[in-house]
Design a binder for this molecule. Structure first.
Ligand SMILES: [Mg+2]
Length: 184
């Protein structure tokens, strides 16, 4: 009889605000469009869509071709995913259906920065509550609150005032967290 391999712990990882620095990109788009300097601290504790004087700006940017393809990386994300994949089943999970234009751009973006993530480990979806991994790393409460596993909240300006989920401030903290789990 062949021995069944023990199931590895699975981790779903969000893209925007976790792997990709959407805040910096929003600011860049806003400053380019308006010609005005934007103070990043104005985003603290405020939904992204309400952060800019022009309340239509964010929705316009996420529906602009090229926005998702040109997102900058969040520091440490590439190496951290690479490291986590050695001991865990890692899935990149994005509610990309909300912005249909983003679907192909997100795939190309992942191919550029995360070529070592197999396409079978990429999930573009609508409602993330269907995701049944053991962990979810995400910046948005709408995803974390409805998750059936263990939610980890990646720090973003918009979630600064919420503390009912375990907060992860950066990828170094996430690696330390999962290092301690692996050793248990
Ligand atoms: Mg996100």
């Amino acid at each position: 009889m062949t021995e069944k391999k023990p199931r590895r712990i699975s981790i779903a990882v969000d893209m925007d605000g976790v792997l990709a620095d959407t805040e910096t990109h929003f600011i860049k788009y806003y400053e380019t469009e308006s010609g005005e300097k934007f103070d990043r601290s104005a985003m603290l504790g405020i939904p992204e869509s309400q952060s800019f004087p022009d309340k239509t700006a964010v929705s316009r940017y996420v529906n602009t071709a090229g926005f998702f393809r040109t997102l900058p990386l969040i520091g440490g994300a590439v190496q951290a995913i690479h490291t986590l994949m050695k001991d865990f089943d890692v899935y990149i999970v994005s509610a990309a259906m909300e912005y249909p234009l983003s679907l192909y751009e997100k795939k190309l973006w992942l191919e550029e920065y995360f070529p070592f993530v197999h396409w079978k480990n990429i999930v573009f979806c609508g409602d993330k509550s269907i995701i049944k991994t053991d962990f979810l790393i995400d910046d948005h409460l709408k995803n974390l609150d409805n998750f059936s596993g263990i939610p980890l909240m990646f720090t973003a300006a918009h979630n600064m005032n919420y503390n009912h989920h375990q907060r992860m401030n950066n990828w170094e903290e996430i690696l330390a967290y999962f290092r301690s789990i692996r050793q248990d």
